[in-house]
Design a protein around this ligand. Structure first.
Ligand SMILES: *Cc1c(COP(=O)(O)O)cnc(C)c1O
Length: 408
């Protein structure tokens, strides 16, 4: 047995979170290192969805909007997510997708900075963030400016309305210093919107303490809400009263059931709602969020760092030909490691054939994610040792590993 394997066994035996894996429906033979793209299924979600569909919808019918509390679910779940990202309960709401919430909050921020049109971001940010700015630019409402991350602070000129950054970069895993960049943006008179899609449930986030203005985040990654789970949006309390968002749907109205002709926004975070929330999907997300809350964010962060440190050290020694492009300091990266290889796609497919599921990000990145609630140290070691074997045997050259599906 290799030293690394023995070390993985020792770490798993000592892992205080080891028991939580049993709460997820996961094949023991699978090393699932892609929870940063689609979280695993909590077993309790099956029963919860059944209860919502059969009991609340099937039997309770329309009465469940009141009786089962459906109408308050976006705020109730928002309050639970708030606790995971350092926000107060009334500052977060669950709604729509990240993309749609970006549209609402970029627009709202631009309206709060009349005379400034620039939305500053970095090239290589997650595409939807950049595309949403572009859409507003095409309407003449924004001017998109992209500068490399080292140059962001210098680029915060007096025409910048909003700094929009993804806290943990989806490809490299590099994590911004949220408090520092927020301060720099405020010093320049700009607002800040953080995309927490790769942060919530995996890294420490202190939105209020950092002085953040706005944030959005994803429900189907580390929060385990299921494919296409609703997203969340954060607005700092000091902005809630004045905030105006353009998707003025009836659910964000101050009195939706008075059916008035004219829109008047709700005073609080509910003003970010647009249409009727997807109750089945939101109920599934609630199970995932409850699980993360029960484990506790500090314990999750601690294990995430242990998992990625173990993997980084093992990869550096055992598979040195794949350079790690994620920051070496665990406090400066998210819950993932990314490795570069010309044939990263084929390597990833060969790993999947061996039941080690990571993912590929174009053009040449193999990404391993460490969802601390259910990833075992043994899974990390398997990724490293199988990769060694796949490279030595040149198994990755099999033609079927070069075929690409619509989703990579
Ligand atoms: C996953 C992810 C999204 C997802 O956006 P949707 O509109 O919910 O599909 C957005 N931003 C980042 C940084 C992501 O990683």
């Amino acid at each position: 047995m290799s030293n690394w394997q023995a070390e993985a066994e020792r770490l798993d035996a000592a892992d205080p979170l080891a028991g939580w894996r049993g709460e997820f429906l996961l094949d023991p033979a699978v090393a699932y290192l892609d929870g940063n793209s689609l979280g695993a299924l909590p077993k309790a979600t099956l029963a919860r969805v059944e209860q919502v569909v059969r009991g609340e919808w099937g039997e309770g019918l329309i009465g469940s909007w009141n009786d089962a509390g459906w109408i308050d679910l976006p705020q109730k779940l928002g309050a639970k997510i708030a606790a995971l990202v350092g926000a107060r309960p009334h500052e977060v709401v669950c709604a729509d997708s990240v993309s749609v919430n970006l549209f609402k909050l970029i627009s709202a921020a631009l309206a709060m900075r009349p005379g400034r049109k620039v939305v500053l971001s970095e090239p290589g940010n997650f595409p939807t963030d950049l595309y949403m700015i572009e859409g507003l630019e095409k309407q003449g409402l924004a001017e998109r400016r992209l500068v490399d991350r080292d140059a962001i602070e210098a680029a915060l000129g007096d025409d910048v309305a909003l700094l929009l950054l993804t806290h943990v970069h989806y490809k490299s895993g590099a994590m911004f210093d949220m408090a520092r960049l927020t301060r720099a943006a405020h010093d320049a008179g700009a607002l800040v919107l953080w995309d927490l899609s790769h942060s919530a449930g995996a890294v420490p986030v202190e939105l209020d303490a950092a002085g953040a203005d706005f944030a959005v985040g994803c429900g189907y990654k580390y929060l385990n809400g299921g494919p296409g789970a609703p997203a969340f949006a954060y607005v700092a309390e000091r902005h809630l009263a004045a905030l105006k968002q353009p998707l003025s749907g009836w659910m964000g109205h101050k009195a939706p059931f008075e059916f008035r002709d004219d829109y008047e926004p709700a005073p609080g975070i509910e003003k970010l709602l647009c249409g009727t929330p997807s109750i089945i999907a939101m109920s599934a997300l609630e199970v995932g969020v409850d699980l993360m809350s029960a484990i506790g964010i500090e314990a999750l962060v601690g294990k995430s760092r242990q998992l990625s440190e173990f993997t980084r050290a093992a990869m550096a020694e055992v598979v040195p030909e794949l350079p790690c492009i994620s920051p070496a300091d665990p406090e400066r990266r998210g819950s993932q490691l990314s490795f570069r290889h010309e044939h990263a796609y084929e390597l990833c497919q060969a790993l999947i054939a061996r039941k080690v599921i990571g993912d590929f990000r174009a053009p040449d990145v193999l990404r391993l994610g460490f969802a601390p609630a259910y990833v075992r140290f043994a899974d990390c070691w398997r990724a490293v040792s199988e990769l060694r074997d796949i490279l030595d045997s040149e198994e990755w050259r099999k033609p079927e590993y070069a075929e690409r599906g619509a989703v990579t």
